[in-house]
Design a protein around this ligand. Sequence first.
Ligand code: PBE
Length: 268
Amino acid sequence: ESSASVGSQVNHQIIGIDPGAGIMKATATAIEEYGLSDWTLVEGSGAAMTATLDKAIKNEEPIIITGWTPHWMFAKYDLKYLEDPKLVYGEAEEIHTVVRLGLQEDQPEAYQFLSNFKWTSDEMGEIMTAIQEGQDPEEAARAWAEANSDRVDEWTEGVNPVDGTEFKFSYVAWDSEIASTNLLKVIMEDRLGFKVTALQVEAGPMWTGVANADVDATVAAWLPLTHADYWNQFQDQVEDLGANMEGVKTGLVVPAYMDITSIEDLAN
Ligand code: PBE
């Protein structure tokens, strides 16, 4: 396999996810910046992408996907990011908690809890893997919260429980965000007495919902780069509570057995 034929081996296709994802926008930019005009970015979903990846790896076939960390796929398969010398996928990416305007005044308990919440990619990975192995997302999150009650104590410290107050999150069905949103749902319900709805939507409506105050919060805002368009559009209509996770990453990902190292290799 010579690197010159990578494009023809994969039909000049990059296997993407849902069109609203920031990584799709970044990949469209990469296609331009790296001179990949004969390549196609295939739209789908996170679940379709991982199913296609699984099939390719079982057949030891080449494949190029839009990938991100934290994600269980890096524990399950031997994968590598392609180098991105033009930094199209950014640097030092974080996941932020973004809430509707007025939340602090209306729901000080939820606001304080969400301000306290910060965790690591390893912790998220434990829930993601349990879900990927077949556990119901809410049950996997609840089991994690029970096994890590010291962490939950830190996040809920000084937060007064409420009596059935309703709270609404928006999120997208990305594996990372299924894990985080379900964790916050079970903690707020089991520990703090909220009645929580987790609304699964596309990325645009996830942001619009918070900006319109139809929903109270999202813990799925990838900044500064991945959701830069959404941030630029809605920053005056939301409040950013800062990073709930640091050191996250997006990019183009391939199986380690592929003989390429950089996005630049795709131009050949
Ligand atoms: N992701 C996972 C999202 C953010 C979380 C990287 C697929 C995106 O590209 O918007």
